[in-house]
Design a protein. Structure first.
Length: 103
């Protein structure tokens, strides 16, 4: 009667075990913009080359997998949600006296 649940059971739902379809669309669009910029704006100096490569590098950074989160994009969304949402936690533990009662 022992049950074995693999730790990475959610990875089977991802493309290549790492990416959601949105991640691939985001990274693909960043690469497409980078290729278009390389074709349109000829990188003659270092600044133009950095500007041309910026969309691909940025979207690549956003879809890099990190521990305890899916990727950097999900981590940034969670941090934003933590600091912008207002949560109210009411402690109802064994050591708290209910002075005000339930509303």
């Amino acid at each position: 009667m022992n049950y074995l649940i693999p730790a990475n059971s959610k990875r089977s739902m991802l493309i290549l075990g790492l990416f959601t379809p949105f991640d691939l669309i985001l990274f693909g669009s960043g690469l497409a913009i980078t290729i278009l910029l390389l074709l349109i704006v000829q990188p003659n100096n270092l600044l133009k080359a950095i500007i041309d490569l910026l969309p691909g590098v940025t979207t690549g950074f956003l879809v890099i997998p990190i521990p305890n989160y899916h990727n950097v994009r999900v981590f940034i969304m969670e941090v934003y949600r933590f600091y912008t949402s207002r949560e109210k936690f009411i402690w109802k533990g064994w050591c708290v006296k209910d002075e005000f009662g339930e509303k």
